[in-house]
Design a protein. Structure first.
Length: 160
């Protein structure tokens, strides 16, 4: 049987490759969801289809809940949560800050999670075994000095 983390990573990478191919062309199938700033595109839908297919093939008994509408029941007690293109607005405007997000959970909590940045080919993942007794530690972050933006002038363009 496949490992959930491996399936999540492979599915995120495959979806990321597909999304990168679509960056160069004009976006298609753009629709508003809950508001004019909450958009969905064909890229979102196609990415979701690829991820759902990979998960369904590997884990046919797991439930799936995905942002663009895929909702599949399952009897395993586990559910996959998918955001096939987190940052659709950035993607549509050519801003290179968007990702693919996949998580698996059961009644006790998260079992696996992946956030993949296809533009930089970098990702982060977590699962209980990596955090419980294996010596894994979260990365430390260095934050820059805070600066006030009150009273500053700059060029701001409204995109919506």
């Amino acid at each position: 049987m496949a490992e959930p983390m491996t399936v999540a990573i492979d599915a995120a990478r495959a979806a990321g490759r597909h999304l990168l191919e679509g960056v160069e062309g004009a976006p298609t199938g753009i629709d508003a969801k809950s508001s004019h700033t909450d958009l969905v595109s064909d890229a979102d839908r196609q990415s979701e289809t690829a991820i759902v297919s990979a998960i369904r093939w590997a884990f046919p008994e797991d439930a799936i809940v995905a942002e663009e509408g895929s909702l599949e029941s399952g009897g395993s007690g586990r559910t996959w949560y998918i955001d096939p293109l987190d940052g659709t607005i950035n993607y549509l405007y050519g801003v290179p800050h968007w990702s693919v997000v996949i998580c698996l959970a059961d009644a006790q909590g998260a079992l696996a999670g992946v956030v993949y940045d296809p533009v930089r080919d970098r990702g982060a993942g977590a699962h209980p075994d990596a955090c419980a007794g294996s010596g894994a530690r979260p990365p430390s972050l260095r934050l820059g000095r805070a600066r006030s933006v009150v009273g500053r002038r700059g060029k701001i363009r409204r995109l919506f």
